[in-house]
Design a protein around this ligand. Structure first.
Ligand code: PLP
Length: 495
């Protein structure tokens, strides 16, 4: 080193972006303390706590820009730990003003809860920040992720040609599947292709079709039977009519547990339709897929093993924190055909023929390492713990359905296929159904949502959060019944 270089190096003596060992430990301990408090507080926390006054107080403050220097950590000898305390407190306060999606009372939309063990995996995976888009950069870490995907392929009865890729959620996983199907069936000539969905198909499918370059009229809505399943006979008729009209039917989308009512389409019949008409058979298992781990779920999802692609949301029925979706395909080559891309900047990367390059199997190149957040909980708790939790949800939904259906003020016309119970006030107006929903949610003990079934406002208990157990479901049933009594008590005497 020249004297000038030595002087330069000596001058740069303090790197605040790299906390030292003691700071890492202190910060992690503070974070762990907060998480432990949070988890302990969940059973007593309100199920929904978006209080307008709190929002008005917190939001403007939190919209502030970051400071040039840490607000309380820039004194002599102060480390990042000193600045962390107030920021953690602020974060903690912000988490309170929310629908408690993590808690036992969350039965709206489709929850999951968020395993703390998966969050811990996230901390580790992100701290080491390995690159896993191309296998040669971290083959052993890719093997960890791949082991989980292969287990999923086997769980769904897919053949040895199958492959999977982990993305951020059901929507991106669906986009991945739709583009694979489109590429496989239509090549570059996509204008005449038609896809088939039902009225209860999740809207992410239409969105994926749009992003994949299809016009709105290329997504056809097949009628449903009175039990809310896609009508296979109607699907055949539509596919035949479209083909006769010069269109190219290429994709049939079945749902393995609708978001509305948890209904599972007749996958065997729809697989037959897809096979007979040579269209790609996709099963959306974002909500219901992992019930395949249970005996009852496997029976209800029969036919899923014939899918060309399956979408799963580990952040729903595998209880992970938000941000993990999975696409499985029957033939891994279809993903590569759709997504493999070259760039000169990647010319040195090489390949490992035992392991996949995930960058060639989906829309992303650089990605967060998603293997550990799946692998760690599955190994730490064992698959049986997940199976049992899902079985418990099936029992809880069956219990809630029996209880609600037995109340003369309510109707619950569909026995749950999985863990969602749809119900409404018998002979209720739409306003009364909404009043019932508002009363239930005002309890603060459960948070539920509504949907439209055959055009009628219908409430739903979606029991999928791993923290929801018997006590809270029994409480939910009581709350619904009391609310139904209160809403119907307001009715005038009939003329
Ligand atoms: C939640 C859901 C999706 C969308 O998944 P995201 O993870 O929210 O993007 C798709 N299909 C079904 C059936 C769902 O329940």
């Amino acid at each position: 080193m020249t004297a000038a270089v030595r002087a330069y190096v000596a001058r740069v003596s303090d790197y605040p972006l790299e906390p030292g060992r003691a700071d890492i430990q202190a910060m992690a301990a503070a974070a762990a303390e907060m998480v432990a408090d949070f988890v302990e507080g969940l059973p007593d926390a309100p199920a929904y706590a978006v209080d307008p006054a709190q929002v008005a107080r917190l939001v403007p403050r939190l919209l502030r820009e970051p400071p040039e220097r840490p607000v309380s950590g820039d004194g002599p000898g102060a480390g990042p730990t000193d600045a962390l305390g107030p920021l953690l407190a602020e974060f903690r306060e912000a988490t309170v003003v929310a629908a408690d999606v993590a808690g036992p009372g969350y039965m709206a939309y489709v929850g999951g809860g968020g395993l703390v063990t998966s969050a811990l995996a996230e901390f580790l995976a992100r701290a080491v920040n390995r690159y896993t888009g191309l296998a040669t950069f971290a083959p052993a870490l890719v093997a960890i992720e791949e082991s989980v995907l292969r287990w999923m392929c086997r769980t769904f009865g897919l053949p040895a040609t199958a492959a999977g890729v982990v993305s951020t959620g059901g929507s991106l996983a669906t986009l991945t599947a739709v583009v694979a199907a489109r590429t496989q069936a239509l090549g570059e000539d996509i204008g005449r292709g038609t896809a088939y969905v039902s009225a209860y198909t999740h809207r992410c499918v239409a969105k994926a079709a749009h992003v994949a370059g299809l016009r709105r009229d290329q997504v056809r809505v097949v009628p449903s039977t009175p039990d809310l399943r896609m009508d296979p006979v109607a699907a055949v008729a539509m596919i035949a009519a479209d083909r006769a009209a010069g269109r190219v039917p290429f994709l049939l989308v079945a749902t393995g547990g609708t978001t509305h009512t948890g209904t599972v389409d007749d996958l065997v019949a729809l697989a037959d339709v897809a096979a007979a008409h040579e269209v790609w058979f996709h099963v959306d298992g974002a909500y219901g897929g992992f019930f395949q781990l249970t005996e009852r779920g496997r029976a209800r999802l029969a036919g899923i093993e014939r899918a060309d692609s399956i979408v799963l949301d580990p952040h729903k029925s595998l209880f992970l924190p938000h941000g993990t979706g999975v696409t499985l395909v029957r033939d891994g080559a279809t993903l590569r055909r759709a997504f493999a891309a070259d760039g000169h900047y990647l010319q040195d990367a090489g390949a490992d023929d035992r392991l996949p390059d995930y960058a060639d199997m989906g829309p992303e190149l650089t990605r967060d390492y998603r293997g550990l957040r799946l692998w760690l909980p599955l190994h730490l708790h064992g698959v049986g713990a997940f199976r049992d939790a899902l079985d418990e949800k099936l029992d809880l939904a069956a219990f809630a359905h029996l209880e609600l259906a037995a109340d003369p003020r309510l109707e619950a016309p569909w026995a749950p296929d999985l863990s969602t119970v749809a119900f409404r006030l018998r002979d209720g107006t739409a306003d009364e159904q909404r009043a019932l929903l508002a009363r239930v949610n005002a309890s603060g003990r459960v948070f539920i949502s509504s949907t439209l079934v055959e055009g009628r406002v219908t409430l739903r208990l979606c029991i999928i959060t791993f923290r929801t157990h018997r006590d809270r479901v029994a409480e939910a049933v009581d709350i619904v019944r009391e609310a139904a009594a209160a809403v119907t008590a307001g009715r005038g005497t009939p003329a």
